[in-house]
Design a binder for this molecule. Sequence first.
Ligand code: SAH
Length: 275
Amino acid sequence: MTDTPDPKPKSHGRLTIRASTQPRDLMAEERPVRGAFEARVITLFPEAFPGTLGLSLTGKALDMGLWRLLPIALRPFGEGRHRNVDDTPAGGGAGMVLRADVVDRALSAAMEGAPDDRGRWPVVYLSPRGAPFDQAMARRFAGCDGITLLCGRFEGVDQRVLDARGVEEVSLGDFVLTGGEIAAQALLDAVVRLLPGVLGNAASADEESFSDGLLEHPQFTRPQIWEGREIPAVLTGGNHAEVARWRHAEAEKLTAAGRPDLWAAHQTRPKGKRG
Ligand code: SAH
């Protein structure tokens, strides 16, 4: 065993829902909006949620019922008295692998009442092997009714349950985390801020990095002079058209210099879609 058994395993084999580390507060205040986006997260560590998602704009939106978060503990779906969820890898090697049957039971419980159409409700396993997560994928997920996320631990998840249940693999980047929880929170943060009503200033989502295939222009604020460095004069001159031109030129310059991949894709985009 590579993980510590839950000291007080409860509600065996049943959907365990804990909305947050302060479940009562959040649930009492929650005014669910009809059809609000729902995230169900299967994890060995439900106490990791809402984590940073409970703060600031995503937390406020959670309180307002603009989206819902249901962490689902994997442990109660485990095998035997100790609710074992993992076993040694077939073929040998280091570490442990989450069992297909255990993950499947958790997935079935997590999908209760959700549409079986993966286009409306994707089921995602956070995995370094997955398709790279990007803003376009965040937009796709934000357009769904909800999403179920499976957080891996140890060496990952038995491939058979991923294949059998139409589970999409999504990676946060070319690095290896110890578990899927941070990846799930990052993914949800990017998705939730795109939901209607979550960002105070709706326009800000259209102007930021990636929205038109470019990185965002640099930002400045007071003081006017800091350590001898001035804010570019165009930004304080009050000419909005010039500001827009400057920002666009900076965005292009930054993208071309720092992200040749994005820059090449931007240049081949249809004109109407360019920023
Ligand atoms: N042995 C696996 C890594 C397992 S890391 C491999 O080499 O591919 C343990 C868990 O952390 C994974 O199951 C996954 O859920 C999560 N994880 C690790 N890196 C990740 C990444 N880049 N993106 C998303 N999830 C990741």
